[in-house]
Design a protein around this ligand. Structure first.
Ligand code: PMV
Length: 361
């Protein structure tokens, strides 16, 4: 959709060296994207809250290369150190972007990236990192060619590019909440990019918390990429995609009504459906750990005993996201400290909340 052979430099428009920095957050899906086709297109629409405390800071430096070839020229530093694995991933991604950004091989690029959460905290950083990179690239495009002056066009292109890097990253571009994937529940939604779902949020969900309990910091044994691929042979796949579509439209109603119990039921059902799909893939696998289950049970008992509206969700991993409204922060933090923290690796958890989206720094 964005292929553009005109985005090319020559000696008449050769730029001075420069740089851009973006801080971009992670997000937590409530209706999950699980299963894809074609060029990173989702099998079903998804909804996520944009987080705040879990983010990537990325600095992109560029300099015009007098003599360039068709290769990407990139240096990459993660927390000030060269990182061969991330470097290779990023070069591959930038190569894929050449039809959209034919000027990329004309520049020497340096990327300095770092996360707010400790490295290997068991939190996927692909959403925050890929959205930060996409935002840096869109700033670069606009600087070089003046083509992204309109903020809505800027966000849409950044989301499109982020999606090519990591599907869920396309939802991190927007403040508070986003939907990715075509759904009749939200006008303008698309499989190609995320859009804002802020209009769905009742005040209850604008001040909303997600404390992330780190059950295990270990790298997961089956990557999301492999997990998506296994959906292709999963006997429940079609039923799952139908279920996710229905849940998304029910979720939109719950969010607009400020209906916490309806929201919480969908959030928990979605998390367990995601993990059930993993268990009945072929080969079968399991990412939840015994401590994940212990925490889930504690949360359900706490809700029943106190009436406090606390719910859970999981990403593709063992860690538990504790979801609750801002009105009960004190109570829930006390509960986490006294009853849940002991199930976390080194008692580590991250206090996070629904945030304002990426910012250029
Ligand atoms: O964006 P990916 O390819 O890392 O897949 C993410 C999938 C989930 O995190 C499990 C769900 C989601 O919608 O974010």
């Amino acid at each position: 959709m964005y292929e553009n052979s005109k985005l090319i430099l020559d000696s008449s428009n050769a730029p001075e060296a420069g740089d851009f920095t973006w801080r971009s957050p992670s997000n937590i899906a409530i209706v999950k994207y699980w299963g894809k086709h074609g060029d990173q297109l989702p099998r079903n629409p998804s909804f996520s809250f944009t987080l705040s405390a879990s983010f990537t800071d990325m600095l992109l430096e560029f300099e015009f290369r007098e003599n360039y070839d068709n290769e990407i020229d990139l240096e990459f530093y993660f927390h000030q150190e060269p990182n061969a694995a991330f470097h290779a991933k990023m070069v591959k991604f930038l190569e894929r972007l050449i039809p959209i950004y034919p000027f990329l091989p004309q520049l020497s690029l340096k990327v300095y990236s770092g996360n707010s959460f400790p490295h290997s905290a068991g939190i996927a950083s692909s959403a925050s990192a890929m959205s930060a990179l996409a935002l840096c690239l869109c700033s670069l495009e606009d600087h070089l060619f003046g083509t992204l002056k309109d903020p809505a066009e800027f966000d849409q292109k950044a989301s499109f590019i982020a999606r090519l890097g990591s599907g869920s990253a396309c939802r991190s571009i927007f403040p508070h909440a986003s939907v990715w994937g075509t759904t009749s529940a939200l006008a303008g939604s698309s499989d190609l990019f995320g859009i804002s779902a802020e209009g769905w949020l009742h005040d209850t969900f604008k001040d909303f918390h997600d404390d992330i309990l780190i059950v295990s910091k270990e790298e997961k044994k089956v990557s999301s990429r492999a997990g998506h691929a296994l959906m292709e042979g999963n006997p429940y796949a079609e039923a799952r995609y139908t279920q996710a579509r229905a849940r998304l439209s029910n979720l939109s109603e719950a969010l607009q009504m400020g209906d916490l119990p309806a929201f919480g039921k969908i959030a928990e059902d979605e998390a367990l459906s995601l993990h059930a799909l993993m268990m009945c893939s072929n080969p079968s696998y399991m990412l939840m750990r015994p401590n994940s289950l212990a925490i889930i049970e504690k949360i359900r008992n706490y809700r029943e005993d106190t009436g406090h509206q606390v719910y859970f969700t999981l990403d593709a991993g063992p860690n538990i996201h504790v979801l609750y409204p801002g009105t009960i922060v004190q109570e829930v933090r006390t509960f986490i400290e006294s009853d849940l923290k002991q199930y976390c690796e080194n008692e580590y958890y991250i206090q996070d909340w629904v945030g304002e989206g990426p910012e250029e720094v």
